[in-house]
Ligand binder design. Structure first.
Ligand SMILES: [Zn+2]
Length: 204
């Protein structure tokens, strides 16, 4: 009887240790990632770069980073397809995504301008999320112009907290150099800071 009790105690002790020794539970949150523009809409164009291709590149990198961290990722597009704002919002809504991050690049006729900017549509629901993601973008090493309100159809139609990240300026000569150096490092960096912002939002 005494031995049996000892064995039982030992078993309890071992199972407790096993639970403690297990790695931290991966996050299970569901994120919608939207690559801006696509198909017949190239977005901003500068020299050899079309915004729609850069946004898809960054979105695909972000998808991989999120999935590696355990997130379930819903993509509005994975190829060069044409989608309107309603379709983008519907994809995220139908998938019951908890947040939506839309990836864009800004443009200006002044090729020395480069900064990051976060846009929000729904005043009460989007603002805090836009701010959290935009704060992480300060890591890009360019000025951060904070967040602004933009009554974008996709942001307004998406039921979850959503932001449109104007990550960097495609029309900036220095940014263009980084984006076309063939390494993909700048695209990866942008994806990593977007991940960081999403992680902060979920407390991951
Ligand atoms: Zn855009």
């Amino acid at each position: 009887m005494k031995v049996r009790a000892l064995v039982a105690l030992f078993t309890v002790f071992c199972s407790m240790f096993l639970v403690w020794a297990l790695p931290a539970q991966a996050t299970t949150h569901r994120v919608c990632v939207d690559a801006g523009h696509g198909g017949t809409d190239p977005g901003a164009v500068y020299k050899s770069l079309e915004e729609k291709n850069v946004t898809l590149d960054i979105a695909t990198r972000l998808q991989t980073l999120l999935q590696t961290a355990g997130y379930t990722v819903v993509m509005t597009r994975t190829g060069d397809t044409t989608l309107d704002n309603s379709q983008r919002a519907a994809i995220c809504n139908n998938a019951h995504a908890e947040v939506l991050t839309s990836i864009h690049l800004n443009a200006s006729s002044d090729h020395s301008i480069d900064y990051t900017l976060g846009l929000y549509g729904k005043i009460s629901k989007d603002q805090a999320f836009a701010k959290t993601v935009n704060s992480a973008m300060s890591g890009l090493g360019i000025p951060n112009n904070g967040i602004s309100h933009f009554a974008d159809g996709m942001l307004l139609k998406a039921v979850m907290p959503a932001t449109l990240a104007e990550t960097v300026f495609i029309s900036s000569d220095s940014e263009y150099g980084l984006l076309t150096d063939g390494t993909g490092n700048r695209q990866q960096q942008i994806a990593q800071f977007l991940l960081q912002g999403i992680n902060t939002w979920f407390g991951v």
